[in-house]
Design a protein around this ligand. Structure first.
Ligand code: SAM
Ligand code: SF4
Length: 469
């Protein structure tokens, strides 16, 4: 289908609030309906819109346990035990917008404004690579310093060019303001991984109320950003909702509509979904008083329902959440986590000044501590960046993922990149624990995967780096 570039018209067609409200109001749910939906989800083909309210309304503890159990099975079948690690890299907190929930909003005078120089960015990257990170998410407020958009491109180049000891960044994802088509083309040429952008809320009226100034107050310009990004050749895009602004069942249905739209026009939906929950932020009354607070139980339901609804789409959990909540949601469907994060520009090299961060964090542990915890829980931390580097992106990635073939790559690559980390960066206790979990994972592997993994591991043990299949 040809894409319409009247962005307002296009935006109108992507999210149909009338349909969402009808589905939410008219769907009837009883125990039988829940079990039917769960059985369908276990076939790994995703859900229809009308299935979501059936699951969202579950309150019975027995049925909730069945929902979580289905999510665990799907997560295990598609993603196995691996968890991909990354860290955010905030390069600038300059911002022209006024999002009522964010510390970086233009009218908040309590935050010291800065855009890092290229030398400062390199210093931040060295801190992160020396810890062992291989994958970063570049984050910026929505205003540029005097170089304009070139500042972002230069920053991307700096990140890739910076080496620290045996470390290097192999995949840089970006979360920056929506761009025009030409700027997206330039971003693609800079070799970014995923372009990530959250709609925050898909509910138009709420969106208007919380985005009171600047370009971000244009709902449809933001909503259509992924169309421009994909049209410009960026295959992997990441969407998300800031949970706490509006009713979460509405937001899940809208996420599904957004994904359907991308599938229809580009043959593939989004690569990842992020699930930030509103956290307190300095100078923001709204962040301390979420209009529609999401309880811990509902948050676990959100992750589980998304896992059922879009089984092949990665789910990202950030350090906004506490270690306990992060642990609980790994099993329910999370496939990527940030670790050791700072949310203020310059935070890694000068230390996090809490009042200058974008919002408060729930998990302050350094990368190594998170890795130990994750490994003790039986997961394999992965620093793999193979797919994007060999062009297994967008539709090619999904074509491998759907028949279950992606695990042939992901599982061995997780093991080899984790071993790289253990050899190059870990302390003795982490290394001991890590090697034990690698051994356990190898024992549990089937279908020749253990042999494939051992072959990669051998090359890492011989001193080779960045090996993958
Ligand atoms: N400025 C760009 C934007 O708004 O999309 C990109 C970076 S912004 C710093 C990244 C995300 O942080 C936003 O999309 C929003 O969802 C999230 N965020 C902002 N304030 C938050 C808060 N108080 N709690 C949790 N997440 C927040
Ligand atoms: Fe600026 Fe993004 Fe914060 Fe909004 S969420 S104020 S656009 S940094």
């Amino acid at each position: 289908m040809a894409l319409c570039f009247d962005y307002e018209k296009l935006g109108e067609s992507i999210i149909d609030e009338g349909t969402i409200c009808t589905v939410l109001e008219e769907t009837k749910a009883d125990d039988g309906a829940v079990r039917e939906v769960l059985a369908k989800a276990l076939e790994l083909q995703g859900l229809d819109l009308a299935d979501v309210p059936v699951l969202a309304r579950i309150t019975d503890p027995g049925l909730l346990a069945e929902l979580f159990d289905a999510a665990r099975k799907i997560k295990e079948a598609i993603y196995g035990q691996r968890l991909v690690l990354f860290a955010p890299l905030y390069i600038s907190n300059l911002c022209d917008n006024d999002c009522l929930y964010c510390a970086f909003r233009a009218r908040n005078t309590a935050v010291k404004r800065r855009a890092l120089s290229q030398a400062e960015i390199a210093r931040e990257v060295r801190c992160l690579t020396e810890e062992g990170h291989k994958r970063l998410l570049l984050v910026a407020g929505e205003a540029y310093p005097q170089e304009g958009f070139d500042y972002v491109l230069e920053s991307v180049a700096t990140v890739y060019a910076t080496k620290g000891g045996p470390g290097e960044i192999r995949r840089l994802n970006v979360n920056i303001a929506p761009l025009g088509l030409e700027e997206f083309r330039r971003l693609k040429e800079a070799h970014i991984g995923t372009y990530q952008l959250f709609q925050e809320t898909y509910h138009r009226e709420t969106y208007r109320e919380v985005h009171v100034a600047g370009r971000k107050s244009d709902y449809h310009w933001r909503l259509t950003a992924m169309d421009r990004a994909m049209e410009a050749g960026i295959d992997d895009v990441g969407i998300g909702v800031l949970f706490g602004l509006y009713d979460w069942p509405f937001e899940i249905l809208a996420l599904m509509q957004h994904i359907r739209h991308l599938e229809e026009y580009f043959g593939v939906g989004c690569h990842t979904i992020s699930v930030p929950r509103l956290e307190p932020a300095s100078g923001s009354y709204l962040s301390e008083h979420p209009p529609r607070p999401v309880s811990d139980l509902d948050f676990r339901k959100i992750v589980a329902i998304l896992r059922l609804a879009v089984p092949y789409t990665g789910i990202i959990m950030s350090t906004r959440e506490t270690p306990r909540m992060r642990r609980e949601t790994f099993a329910l469907g999370v496939s990527q986590i940030s670790a050791g994060s700072c949310t203020n520009p310059g935070g890694y090299s000068v230390g996090e000044a809490a009042e200058d961060g974008q919002f408060s964090l729930g998990d302050h542990r350094p990368l190594e501590e998170v890795l130990r915890d994750v490994a003790e829980m039986g997961y394999i931390p992965s620093f793999c960046t193979a797919c994007y580097r060999v062009g297994r992106t967008g539709r090619d990635f999904m074509d491998l993922a759907r028949p279950g073939n992606i695990r042939k790559h992901c599982d061995p690559n997780a093991i080899s990149t984790f071993m790289e980390y253990l050899l190059d960066f870990a302390g003795p206790e982490t290394r001991r624990l890590g090697e034990q979990s690698i051994e356990r994972a190898l024992r549990e592997m089937r279908n020749g995967l253990a042999d494939r993994s051992r072959a990669l591991l051998q090359r890492v043990l011989e001193g080779k780096r960045d090996v993958f299949c």
